[in-house]
Design a protein around this ligand. Structure first.
Ligand SMILES: Cc1ncc(COP(=O)(O)O)c(C=O)c1O
Length: 384
């Protein structure tokens, strides 16, 4: 079975990790800071805070922005559950904004409608998700949120290495913060890991404390007189969300290969685009303002031109050895969210998308033979 994603780990990555095991810095150490610097430089952002997962990054970003009980966070229903769950962990309520049927990203037009419908009970934070690696329309989202004093956190878990208006994803020009995930299937990996990017010094100060239990050793922040050189204070309620130096070593080695990873993903997407032009499916939309990181290549079946159902097509592709997947079941249809009051029909575009979407394999280590095999099987299953 050719999986939909696979980490790209080579001899240099393995060597980098082994090297750390020969030092005494196993948890947060010098490599974490180097990894943060490397990502901040790449993304053109001032501050980067490495954490133990993308989920932890979301949680801390929302907390640092002050999200809490009595407030709302709005995101796209086509995302991984973590984007929404992290807001619930802050004690806030979650709302969704339907997707644009062309980009599969949170629709700025729907956001405008929802904001106008909720002049006094709108969200404190909006979280656009750069689905599959393709940036949301950040300029438009920022134009709608900034005048209303709404914070924006970009969920860029899929989008490391992508660009929007020729600026790197994560530069935070149109947002308060952006988060990345370094989970094993992402563009670069640390096994598990994540990062928060921001240009706001106030958020940065808060994030580094929240990552380590709410503790500070910075004497200008002490609320009591210092007891001596060992002194530290807990001034917030934080977590242990640190990334280890073992993971940071892998991350640094992976960042150094990012250009190569992205180039191969682009080649695969271009080959799929060309091979599938005549098939009864909709290929991913290419926004001229965006260069995608191609974390996912999602096709949308044109069901009235295919002699089988979505499910049957999916099953036949799996039987043919293609590890297709489906990103995502709309979050509001999960039982947990149904219990919060969401129901089928709430976000029609997201639900329509779900009824026809299939994720094809795309990963930088994909060989030409694997690529040819996927193309041949997709053609066979869809034309049969
Ligand atoms: C869109 C999105 N947001 C958040 C996450 C959470 O990231 P992590 O798995 O690193 O916690 C993921 C990971 O799958 C994701 O795809």
């Amino acid at each position: 079975m050719i999986p939909y994603a696979r980490p790209d780990l080579g001899a240099d990555d393995i060597q980098a990790v082994l090297q750390v095991l020969r030092t005494e810095w196993l948890t947060q150490g010098p490599l974490q800071a180097q990894f943060e610097d490397a990502i901040a430089r790449y993304c053109g952002v001032q501050y980067a805070v490495a954490v133990s997962s993308g989920t932890a990054a979301l949680h801390l970003a929302y907390l640092a922005l002050g999200l809490g009980p009595g407030q709302k966070a709005w995101t796209s229903p086509i995302t991984f559950v973590a984007t929404a769950n992290a807001a619930l962990h802050c004690g806030a309520a979650v709302g969704f904004v339907d997707i644009d049927p062309r980009t599969y990203n949170l629709s700025p037009a729907a956001l405008k409608r929802e904001l106008e419908a909720h002049p006094n009970d709108g969200p404190a934070i909006v979280i656009p998700v750069h689905f599959g690696g393709q940036s949301c329309d950040m300029e438009e989202i920022s134009r709608l949120t900034r005048p209303r004093g709404i914070a924006v956190v970009e969920d860029a878990s899929h989008a490391m290495g992508g660009t929007y208006q020729e600026r790197p994803i994560g530069c935070c020009q149109w947002s308060d913060a952006a988060i990345l995930s370094f989970h094993a299937v992402k563009i670069i990996t640390t096994g598990e890991g994540g990062m928060i990017l921001t240009n706001r010094a106030d958020l940065y100060e808060s994030l580094i404390r929240l990552r380590t239990h709410g503790i500070t050793r910075q004497d200008d922040l002490f609320q009591q007189p210092s007891h001596g050189p060992w002194y530290y204070e807990q001034i917030d309620l934080g977590f242990n969300y640190r990334l280890t130096d073992i993971q940071a070593a892998l991350g640094l080695s992976q960042v150094s290969q990012l250009t190569k990873f992205l180039a191969r993903r682009c080649e695969i997407a271009a080959a799929y685009d060309e091979a599938f032009a005549e098939l009864p499916l909709i290929r991913p939309w290419r926004d001229p303002k965006v260069s995608s990181s191609w974390h996912l290549y999602v096709i949308q079946l044109v069901l009235d031109r295919i002699k089988k159902s979505h499910r049957q097509t999916f099953e036949e592709l799996r039987e043919a050895g293609i590890g297709v997947n489906l990103h995502y079941i709309p979050v509001h249809l999960q039982p947990f969210y149904r219990n919060l009051g969401f129901k089928p029909g709430d976000f029609p575009q997201a639900e329509k998308y779900y009824r026809g979407a299939i994720t094809l394999p795309i990963f930088s280590r994909m060989t030409q033979d694997e690529l040819n095999f996927v193309i041949a099987q997709v053609r066979k299953v869809l034309l049969r």
